[in-house]
Design a protein around this ligand. Structure first.
Ligand code: OSB
Ligand code: MG
Length: 377
């Protein structure tokens, strides 16, 4: 079989950039703030009569990492559009020389790279899973529960357990930690339980973190600063529980450094945070070489980002449940036509067509787009 697109490359004829605003069913509270709406850039790359889709995971303001929608989209329009629209690419790897020289802005780079992976796999008539070398037909998933009272959290854990989710992650913050986890553990002695501090603690809080060490948590996610690896290595050596890094891991080198320093025994991979699928896969491979399991994190994505996450999590070292739970937990209505719903803690890999296997609900997209821009060669 020969693929014309592999010989000549895919011509990216045009692109459409939406800024989408979707209301969340319930506000999502973490240690750094509260989200009531999911606002995100959605990119459509067009070529060969096909469309590739991706969303970017930065927030309007820099509260998870430094990147913002305004900064990222200025970078996209000024630097990336002239280098990709009207150009041919034979593989996603050919984007690296365009994306890599620019500093940071990994979420914007990921948006472009992921949309091209989708377009490219569609041009080959294969799923994204097949294109990246994934194997599973469904991926194990858990829930991420925002900060709330113990009573409310107990109800939500109960619902998640009843629905068969494979792991429950509790968001914690200083002063909202030991009592919460103790209360949940007492009622659910055996469930796979984790906590995510989203950087709220310092080494000076070691005593509190050591109290959390007594609750048989599967891991403690990102307890310390977003730009730290070294202090996490000190913390990990003082805990029985595995440390899992999220915010701190942006590059393959970060992952290698963290594992060489024994700063974590689990890594959360978010494709947006690390700048794309190729880098996510390299981080996955580095972790595998160290015998360290990874799992696929989430950023409250719409169905487009969710579909990408599911395909990525079919790679074999994604051996812990990811955060890609049912879209209906977040949104009244999604911007894709296919429901992405987990059953018994398993999320099936979407397969309505090649690539990411989902289709855009363009009428609804129009309604929830704050802005739309078109780019042509
Ligand atoms: O740390 O994983 C995180 C959401 C926003 C910012 C940071 C995080 C999260 C989540 C959401 O935990 C997980 C999900 O998409 O369900
Ligand atoms: Mg996290």
């Amino acid at each position: 079989m020969t693929f014309p697109s592999l010989r000549q490359g895919i011509l990216i004829e045009s692109a459409e950039l939406h800024i989408v605003r979707l209301p969340l069913l319930t506000p999502f509270v973490i240690s750094t703030g509260t989200m009531t709406h999911k606002v995100f850039p959605l990119l459509i790359l067009k070529g060969e009569g096909l469309e590739g889709y991706a969303e970017a995971v930065m927030d309007p303001l820099p509260d998870y990492l430094e990147e913002t929608i305004a900064g990222g989209m200025a970078f996209f329009k000024e630097a990336l559009v002239p280098q990709i629209i009207g150009k041919r690419f034979s593989s996603p790897q050919e984007l690296a020389p365009i994306l890599d020289p620019w500093r940071g802005n990994r979420m914007t780079k990921a948006m472009v790279e992921m949309a091209f992976w989708d377009l490219w796999s569609k041009s080959l008539g294969i799923s994204l899973k097949a294109a990246i070398g994934g194997t599973r037909d469904a991926v194990d998933v858990g829930v991420s529960l925002g900060i709330a009272s113990l009573d409310r959290t107990l109800e939500r854990v109960e619902a998640a357990v009843e629905q068969g989710y494979k792991r429950t992650k509790l968001k914690i913050a200083k002063g909202h930690d030991v009592k919460l986890v103790e209360g949940i553990r007492k009622n659910f002695p055996e469930i796979k339980l984790t906590v995510d501090a989203n950087t709220d603690y310092g080494l000076e809080d070691l005593a509190v973190l050591q109290q959390l060490d007594e609750f048989k948590l599967d891991y403690i996610e990102q307890p310390l600063a977003y730009d730290d690896i070294y202090d996490h290595s000190k913390l990990q050596s003082a805990l029985k529980t595995a440390v899992c890094l999220d915010e701190s891991i942006r590059t393959v080198k970060d992952a290698r450094m963290a594992l060489e320093l024994k700063a974590a025994r689990v890594i959360n991979i978010k494709v947006g945070r690390v700048g794309g699928i190729s880098i996510a896969r390299s981080i996955h491979d580095v972790c595998e070489a160290f015998g360290v399991p990874v799992w696929c994190g989430g950023m409250l994505e719409s169905g487009i980002g969710r579909a990408h996450n599911i395909h990525l999590a079919t790679l074999r070292n994604f051996s812990k449940p990811g955060d890609t739970s049912s879209a209906s937990r977040y949104f009244q209505r999604d911007i894709i036509n296919e429901p992405l719903e987990a059953s018994s803690g398993q999320m099936p890999v979407p397969s309505n067509g090649a690539g990411i296997g989902v289709t855009l609900d363009k009428d609804y997209l129009k309604k929830v787009s704050e802005s739309v821009e078109e780019f042509k060669a």
